[in-house]
Design a binder for this molecule. Structure first.
Ligand code: GAL
Length: 342
């Protein structure tokens, strides 16, 4: 199928010029339109526990299908070995492109090299696979996410903060923390402790609050690695009547987080237009799958070499711009966000 699909795909005229901040400027992608010449893309998810990934999946599949590709979606349920197995399966299936949200990017170098030895392009979706010479890393500007979390906290009367971060196996976490710490340094705010939730397990963030009452009492605000962790932390704070008293920030604009923001128990979140990310990723993956070159303005060092990099800009969201950013974009409905607010 691969060779046959490719022979048809060469007709596709795809000129994508992507600026560094991830703005798509031109895309002229012709559809291939018959089953026998369809491109097959393997799309490998860490898990669907976090709300946002279902949206990533749906937009990616819709966009790729619209271009005439079939998408083989795999879900590793947070298990590294399972994800490697699934990638091996897709390599044996001879898919035309692999798009991976790594459970642990550091564990995938060998299997990525195997894909590349079979001339299968590999795209890192939202999380980098380091030292693997992949064909594209497309994500949000994660350092900017961290800066936004920091600036939101710095606007409050804060001297000390605690960081309850995501998984250390996720390369985004170090970029978010780099941005956050630069803002804490700029404002002379002390980081009392940094905790990492292994596998992005939000319940570990909740347990941290219960197990570290003194540090939490001393902290004036809490930075959380994402909204799932933030919601768990707010649950734990509520037990001590501290929900809404201590500012809590997160990212992803999950529905519960947006509800907490309008209810006053979460200070802010970072909206990452996953629709835009998934659409661009699907278009660029289709072009790679067709054996074409992608034209991307910026690169990032993957630990060994510079690889093509597209970073979509995130947006800081508070109760003040919730309607303009979240409701008006259709990311969540007004009814859902305000369901607990008179
Ligand atoms: C990270 C991503 C966050 C959040 C988290 C949880 O890689 O940058 O936005 O989605 O995964 O899965």
């Amino acid at each position: 199928m691969k060779g046959f699909a490719k022979s048809f795909a060469f007709i596709m005229a795809a000129l994508l010029t992507i600026t560094g901040c991830g703005n798509m400027t031109t895309a002229n992608v012709e559809e291939t339109n018959s089953a026998e010449d369809s491109i097959e893309i393997g799309l490998c998810f860490d898990s669907f526990v976090i709300e946002r990934w279902e949206k990533d999946r749906d937009v990616f599949v819709d966009t790729a299908s619209g271009l005439g590709a079939t998408v083989n979606v795999q879900n590793a349920n947070g298990n590294v070995d399972k994800q490697i197995e699934q990638i091996e399966y897709l390599i044996e299936k001879n898919v035309d492109c692999l798009v991976i949200i790594p459970v642990d990017g550091n564990a995938l170098k060998d299997v990525v090299y195997k894909a590349k030895s079979r001339e299968i392009p590999v795209v890192c979706y939202d999380r980098l696979i380091p030292n693997a010479s992949t064909d594209l890393y497309i994500s949000f500007d994660n350092t900017m996410v961290g800066e936004m979390l920091g600036e939101a906290i710095a606007k409050e009367d804060v001297e000390d903060v605690v960081m309850i971060c995501g998984s250390l196996t996720d390369s985004n976490v170090s970029m978010v923390n780099e941005g956050f710490k630069s803002v804490m340094d700029k404002h002379g705010i002390t980081i009392l402790d940094t905790y990492y939730c292994e596998g992005w397990k939000a319940e570990l963030g909740e347990a941290y609050v219960y197990d570290n009452k003194e540090i939490i009492t001393e902290a004036d605000a809490i930075m959380c690695g994402n909204d799932d962790v933030a919601s768990a932390v707010i649950r734990a704070l509520a037990i001590s009547q501290l929900a809404g008293v201590k500012p809590v920030v997160g990212q992803d604009a999950d529905l519960p987080a947006c509800q907490h923001i309008v209810e006053g128990t979460q200070l802010m979140t970072v909206y990452k237009p996953v629709g835009k990310l998934a659409e661009q990723a699907a278009q660029l993956s289709y072009i790679l799958a067709s054996g074409q070159e992608i034209s991307v303005d910026t690169t990032i060092n993957d630990g060994s070499e510079e690889i093509p990099y597209v970073a979509v800009e995130p947006i800081a969201v508070t109760k003040d711009n919730m309607d303009e950013v979240i409701i008006d974009s259709g990311f969540h409905s007004h009814e859902d966000v305000y369901m607990n607010v008179e």
